[in-house]
Design a protein around this ligand. Structure first.
Ligand code: GRF
Length: 196
């Protein structure tokens, strides 16, 4: 059974969608470990409630050790706000998947995380935003794009409303990308992704 780890820092609603999708069999893989850099991250609670190992780990070396101990094949970042070490990126080359709450390259890169993304989108007055699932590379939000989905936000009256609208599509987009990856249907060549 393919095993993956999920890294969280906050409420973990994306993690919950992955827990539901693996436990229903939609994703043919197992969440072997949930990690957070924040001991109070509710995502850890969600994991424990689902009977999944959940650990607060701040040390890079320990993190790598635990991933090896749990035989983790790939990693999903779901609202993870700590820096991924170059060593970890090297060890899991094109095997670390991140979800970003905009249509990269818009509103992406250093400083564009969480609500800040939607504040910029609201200020700019864009009528469409969305979510992007991509591989993690040394360039923040710069890795090969796996899937994207756009959503109409012209009705949104605040950054919070944009966040809620985008989050809804994240909850289907991320499980879809993880399912494809776990089935070996995501190919990367010269920074471009093909779904086979
Ligand atoms: C999501 O909007 C995700 O796109 C971003 O951080 C947020 C995490 O939300 N990277 P949750 O913790 O999964 O609810």
């Amino acid at each position: 059974m393919v095993k993956f780890a999920v890294f969280v820092s906050g409420g973990g609603t994306n993690l919950q969608s992955l827990i539901d999708a693996t436990q229903s069999g939609h994703i043919d893989a197992e969440i072997a470990l949930v990690v957070s850099n924040r001991i109070k991250a509710y995502g850890l609670e969600r994991a424990r409630n689902a009977g999944i190992k959940a650990e607060c780990i701040k040390d890079d070396a320990l993190l790598i050790q635990r991933l090896k101990e749990e035989n983790v094949d790939f990693i999903v970042l779901a609202g993870y706000l700590a820096i991924i070490s170059d060593e970890l990126i090297e060890l899991y080359q094109n095997k670390i998947i991140n979800i970003h709450p905009s249509l990269i390259p818009a509103f992406a890169g250093p400083g564009f995380y969480g609500l800040h993304v939607h504040e910029h989108a609201y200020k700019r007055g864009v009528k469409v935003s969305g979510a992007t699932v991509h591989f993690v590379s040394p360039v923040v939000d710069g890795g090969p794009i796996i899937l994207q989905k756009a959503v109409d936000i012209s009705h949104c009256q605040s950054p919070l409303e944009i966040q809620e609208t985008v989050l809804k599509i994240e909850h289907t987009l991320l499980p879809e990308a993880v399912k494809l990856f776990a089935e070996g249907r995501v190919q990367v060549e010269n920074e471009r992704v093909t779904i086979i």
